[in-house]
Design a protein around this ligand. Structure first.
Ligand code: ADP
Length: 760
C-alpha cells in the first residue's frame, strides 16, 4: 500500500469543490459518451495532466469495452477481462489499486511491459465501478510522472468512479427508454401507414367485384406504400400457383416465369398456403422456390388469401433493396392483403348468394310451373301424365340422368313411367323385367319407411348387378302418397356426382308432394266426371222415358178417358150410385193422367226442342201469357213493371212465365183476390226477374225440394197439379245460364226469382 502524501489542505478543498461541480454536472448530463467524457475530463482537471479510460464490463461475455480520452488509451485496451491483470484484480477484489510509478505497476503485472513500452504513463490508479453490488467496469487514471496518490485524490477518484457508475446506469436507463419510445413510435408509424394503406385500398376498390381488378389495386397500393417493391397476385390452378396480376416493374423474364406457375409445393408458397399465415422470407431463396429468375430479390413476402377457409390465392411482395423486412413494411403489406382478403370474401359470398338465389328462383319457377300444369291438367284422367310431368320437372332441375316411377305388383316392382335414357341396355332390361320386392333397397326403403332416401354416393350393386350402374353416381328415391298411402316410388338417378343439399331435398319433396296432391285431385275429378256422366246418362234415359211414356201413353189414356165418357153418357143412368162414382173416378184419373203426360212431355221437350237464343221482349211475352191466364181467372190481378229485352228462347220464356204466374194464381189464399206481379232488375250482365204473389207462401225448409220433379207440398184434392211445373222452370232457366230460387213467407206470399242473360 503506497504511503499517502502529506495532507495538503488547499488541494483537498480544491478536490472537494471539484467533486461538487462534477456531481452537479453529471446530474444534468445525458448519454453514455457525455458522462464518460465528463468523468475523464474531471479526473484530468483534478489530477493535473492525466490520461484516463473507462473500461465497461459486459457481464455476460466477461469482456471489456474501452472508452478513453488522452494519449495513453492504448494501454487500456478492451478485450477479455482475464487478460487485463490490474482491472481483473481490482474488480475481483472490489478494491482500488494505486501504483505510484511504472515500476510498481510492472512489478505486479510484468506482462504489461510490452504494452506499456513507449507510453508516458508513470503512476496509475485502477478503480472498480459497482452499482447495487454489480460490477460495471473500471475507471483507470494515468499520471505522466511518479505520483504518490494523496488521500484526498484517492477519495476523489473513488467517489468519481462511484458517480460514474451511477451516471452511466442512468444514461443506460435513459437510452433504453429512448430506444423503446423510438421503437414504439416506429411501430405506431408502421401501423398508421398500414392503416392508411388499408383505407386507401378499400376506398380504391369501392364495390368492385372483379378479382383481377381488386388484386391490381392491391398491387398498386402496396407499391405506393413501400418504395421499390414488386408485387404479384397468384391463383392456384391444377397444382400450380400462377401469377394473374403483377406490378409493372417486374422484368419480362420474371413475368413469364411467374405466369407459367410455381409448383404448389414450392417451400415458401406451400408454407404460406398450409399455415394460412404470411411468410416473410428474409434472404429469398429463388432456386428453392423454383423461381430462378427472381434471384435479384433480397426479401419476399407471401401472404395467403383465404376464402371460406380455403387458400385459393396468394399475394406476393418482393424487394431488391433489402434482404429482410422491417415491421413497418410487414404491417403495411399485411394490412393491404387483409383488405384484399376481406373484399374477396365479400365478393365470393355475394357471388354465392346470387347463385343460390338464382337457383332458388329457378326452382320456384319450376315448382310453380308444375303446380300450374297440374291445375291445367285437372281434367286429365291419366295419373301417369302427372307422374311424367313431375319427373320432367325433377330432371330439369338436376344434372343429367333419368327418372323412374315404380308401383308394386305382387312381388315385383313395375316401372310405370320413365323419363330419360338409363344409359345401359342391360340395365333397361333389368328394370323392365321388374326388380324383386325386398331385394331392391332404393325402392323398398322409401316404400316401407315412408321417408325419402337420398344417396349422395349410390350404393352400386345394392339394387342391380354393379356392372350395369357404373355410370350412376347419385340417387334419390321418394315415396309418392295418395290419401296418406304410399302408392309408388319416384326415383331420380343422376350420372354426375352430387351432394343432395337441403335445397335439393326441399325441392324434390315439394315436387313429389305436389304430385301426390295432383293425383288426389285427378282422382276426385275423375270420380266427379264419372258421377256427372252417370247423371247425364240417367237424365237422358229419364228424358227419353218421359218422352216415350208421355207420347206413347197418350193414345191409350185418351182411349180410356173417351170410352169412360161414352159409358157415362150412354149407360150412366143404368149404373147405381156406386157404379157412377167408380166411373167418375176413372174419368178423373184419366184426366189427371193425361195432364201428367202432357206435363212430362213438356219437361222432356225443354231439352229436345230448343230454339236459338234471340233478343226477346219480355213485356210482349208477359202480355200474351197474362191474357191467356186471365181468361180463366178474370178476378185476379196479373200486372208487370217495365220488363227488359232478354236473350232467350221465346217459347221457353213463355212457358216459364206461364208456370210461375199460374202457380201464383193457383196457390192463392182463401178470401183474397189473387195478385201476381212481374218485375225485373239488372244484375251484372243478367236480368233478375221477380214473380211475386200474395198466396199461401211456402215454408223455408221446402225451398229446395219444390224444384224437383214430382215434388208437391199438397194433395191433389186441395190443389190440382202434377209437381212438374217448377222442374220445367228450373230446366229452362239453367239452360239459359241463369238461376231460379224462391223466397217466401207462409201466409203472406212468395216471390220466385230467376235470372236471364241481357242483350249486350
Ligand atoms: P204443381 O204446381 O203442379 O204441384 P209445381 O212444380 O209447379 O207443381 O210446384 C211444386 C210445388 O211447389 C207445388 O205443389 C206447391 O206446393 C209449391 N208451390 C209452387 N208455386 C207456389 C206458389 N206460388 N205458392 C205456394 N206454393 C207454391
Amino acid at each position: 500500500m503506497p504511503v499517502p502524501p502529506a495532507h495538503d489542505a488547499a488541494a483537498s478543498v480544491f478536490l472537494s469543490d471539484h467533486l461538487q461541480a462534477v456531481t452537479e454536472a453529471l446530474a444534468t448530463t445525458q448519454g453514455q459518451s457525455a458522462v464518460l467524457e465528463l468523468v475523464l475530463t474531471s479526473a484530468g482537471q483534478a489530477l493535473g495532466t492525466v490520461a484516463g479510460a473507462v473500461l465497461l464490463l459486459d457481464a455476460a461475455s466477461q469482456s471489456l469495452t474501452p472508452f478513453s480520452a488522452g494519449p495513453d488509451a492504448s494501454l487500456w485496451q478492451g478485450g477479455p477481462l482475464e487478460e487485463n491483470g490490474p482491472v481483473r484484480d481490482a474488480l475481483a477484489r472490489r478494491e482500488s489499486l494505486f501504483f505510484a510509478d511504472q515500476g510498481a505497476l510492472l512489478r505486479s503485472y510484468p506482462e504489461l511491459e510490452v504494452r506499456a513500452a513507449g507510453t508516458g504513463a508513470v503512476a496509475t490508479a485502477v478503480l472498480p465501478m459497482t452499482l447495487d453490488d454489480q460490477l460495471s467496469g473500471a475507471l483507470v487514471v494515468n499520471v505522466p510522472a511518479p505520483h504518490p496518490f494523496t488521500e484526498a485524490e484517492i477519495r476523489f477518484l473513488r467517489i468519481l468512479a462511484a458517480q460514474c457508475a451511477v451516471a452511466l446506469d442512468r444514461a443506460q436507463l435513459h437510452q433504453t427508454l429512448e430506444d423503446r419510445v423510438a421503437a414504439r413510435t416506429a411501430e405506431l408509424e408502421g401501423e398508421r401507414a398500414a392503416l392508411d394503406a388499408f383505407v386507401a385500398y378499400k376506398e380504391s376498390v369501392g364495390s368492385e367485384s372483379d378479382v383481377r381488378i381488386l388484386a391490381r389495386q392491391a398491387v398498386r397500393v402496396v407499391q405506393a406504400g413501400l418504395q421499390h417493391v414488386s408485387a404479384a397476385y397468384y391463383e392456384l390452378e391444377d397444382g400450380w400457383w400462377k401469377a394473374r396480376v403483377w406490378s409493372e416493374d417486374v422484368a419480362p423474364e420474371v413475368a413469364a416465369e411467374i405466369q407459367a406457375g410455381v409448383p404448389e409445393d414450392a417451400p415458401d408458397f406451400r408454407d404460406a398456403a398450409r399455415s394460412q399465415a404470411a411468410v416473410f422470407a428474409d434472404g429469398w431463396n429463388a432456386e428453392a422456390n423454383e423461381l430462378p429468375s427472381t434471384d435479384a430479390y433480397g426479401a419476399v413476402a407471401l401472404l395467403p388469401l383465404t376464402v371460406n377457409g380455403e387458400t385459393r390465392s396468394l399475394f406476393a411482395v418482393g424487394t431488391r433493396d433489402a434482404r429482410a423486412w422491417n415491421e413497418r413494411e410487414k404491417a403495411l403489406v399485411r394490412a393491404v392483403v387483409r383488405g384484399l382478403g376481406i373484399t374477396l370474401e365479400r365478393t365470393e359470398i355475394t357471388r354465392q348468394l346470387q347463385a343460390r338465389n338464382a337457383e332458388l328462383d329457378a326452382r320456384t319457377q319450376a315448382l310453380e310451373a308444375f303446380a300450374q300444369l297440374t291445375q291445367d291438367l285437372a281434367t286429365q284422367s291419366d295419373p301417369y301424365e302427372f307422374v311424367r310431368r313431375a319427373q320432367e320437372v325433377t330432371l330439369s332441375l338436376l344434372s343429367p340422368g333419368y327418372s323412374l316411377y315404380y308401383e308394386r305388383d305382387g312381388n315385383q316392382w313395375r316401372n310405370r313411367v320413365q323419363v330419360g335414357d338409363v344409359g345401359h341396355a342391360d340395365l333397361q332390361a333389368f328394370i323392365d323385367a321388374g326388380p324383386p320386392v325386398g331385394e331392391t333397397p332404393s325402392i323398398d326403403v322409401p316404400w316401407t319407411t315412408r321417408e325419402p332416401l337420398y344417396q349422395d354416393d349410390y350404393a352400386r350393386g345394392s339394387d342391380t348387378p354393379p356392372e350395369m350402374v357404373q355410370h350412376v353416381q347419385t340417387v334419390a328415391s321418394l315415396p309418392v302418397f295418395r290419401h296418406g298411402t304410399v302408392v309408388g316410388v319416384l326415383i331420380a338417378v343422376l350420372f354426375d356426382g352430387r351432394f343432395w343439399t337441403p335445397t335439393d331435398r326441399v325441392t324434390l319433396d315439394t315436387v313429389v308432394r305436389s304430385l301426390g296432391l295432383a293425383l288426389e285431385r285427378a282422382e276426385q275429378a275423375g270420380e266427379l266426371r264419372q258421377r256427372t256422366e252417370q247423371l247425364e246418362r240417367s237424365n237422358a234415359e229419364l228424358e227419353q222415358f218421359a218422352y216415350i211414356a208421355s207420347h206413347d201413353l197418350q193414345a191409350p189414356i185418351r182411349a180410356v178417358t173417351s170410352f169412360a165418357g161414352i159409358i157415362n153418357r150412354k149407360y150412366g143412368a143404368q149404373l147405381d150410385e156406386r157404379g157412377q162414382l167408380y166411373l167418375r173416378q176413372i174419368i178423373d184419373s184419366g184426366e189427371h193422367m193425361k195432364q201428367l203426360l202432357d206435363d212430362l212431355l213438356t219437361f222432356s221437350r225443354v231439352h229436345t226442342e230448343r230454339h236459338a237464343f234471340l233478343p226477346v221482349d219480355a213485356n210482349a211475352v208477359f202480355d200474351t201469357v197474362a191474357q191467356r191466364l186471365q181468361a180463366d181467372a178474370p178476378a185476379a190481378q196479373v200486372t208487370r213493371a217495365a220488363l227488359p229485352t232478354v236473350r232467350a228462347d221465346a217459347l221457353q220464356l213463355d212457358q216459364l212465365l206461364q208456370n210461375l204466374i199460374s202457380n201464383g194464381l193457383k196457390y192463392r189464399r182463401e178470401g183474397t183476390v189473387p195478385q201476381v206481379r212481374v218485375s225485373a232488375q239488372p244484375d251484372g250482365p243478367m236480368w233478375r226477374f221477380a214473380v211475386t204473389d200474395n198466396g199461401i207462401g211456402i215454408e223455408s225448409q221446402y225451398f229446395g225440394r219444390i224444384f224437383e220433379i214430382f215434388q208437391r207440398l199438397h194433395v191433389r184434392e186441395t190443389y190440382e197439379g202434377t209437381g212438374i211445373g217448377l222442374a220445367v222452370c228450373k230446366k229452362i232457366v239453367e239452360q239459359h245460364g241463369g238461376q231460379l230460387w224462391v223466397d217466401s213467407t207462409p201466409g203472406e206470399g212468395s216471390t220466385f226469382y230467376f235470372t236471364l242473360p241481357g242483350v249486350d
